[in-house]
Design a protein around this ligand. Sequence first.
Ligand SMILES: Cc1cc2nc3c(=O)[nH]c(=O)nc-3n(C[C@H](O)[C@H](O)[C@H](O)COP(=O)(O)O)c2cc1C
Length: 180
Amino acid sequence: MKKLFVTLAICLGVLSNADAKNLTVYFSVSGNTEKLANAIHENVGDDIVRIEPVVAYPEDDYHNKSFTELAQTEKSEQVRPEIKDLDVNLDEYDTVFIGYPIWWGSMPMVLYTFFDKYDLSGKTIVPFNTHAGSGAGDTHDEIVRMEPDAVVLEGLPVRGDDTESDLSDTVKTWLEKIGK
Ligand SMILES: Cc1cc2nc3c(=O)[nH]c(=O)nc-3n(C[C@H](O)[C@H](O)[C@H](O)COP(=O)(O)O)c2cc1C
């Protein structure tokens, strides 16, 4: 009888693992994080979706003073810019790869809107980001703080300039390291 239960448990485990799905979600204004997101999605498969603010940020103004000041004000005032509903049902996914650029040492405030809006309890979160020298900043701790009932794995920070090159080796090495 015990053997039967063990066999059943293994079969259920295999079945539920076969149903396990990956979602890659990202926010990107000038395209660096999008390239990293695509490289991750190519490896892990299933679905990919972009976080879109209702009021888009101006791509051509990205590194100008007015834009950087806007981002800084949003951070200091803890603004939650409205985002469009994601075109996926998060309930379907076990693992959510979540990507963003670093703005002022942190996640852009639209990511805070995302974590306020979607409950990722019980899921595995895998952060990735692009930056110009700050690495991941405070972002991994912030994600753990905002999603206390999720498992947050070691993230992948990549320099924005490096997204011009082929990212597949970097991504594969990281995925192997975190067991994905
Ligand atoms: C408003 C703003 C603030 C930024 N702050 C930082 C920062 O604090 N540290 C850093 O390393 N890079 C910073 N960057 C650079 C971006 O993180 C980097 O260019 C990133 O790759 C852009 O991603 P994207 O092309 O996906 O939008 C900042 C860029 C902007 C526009």
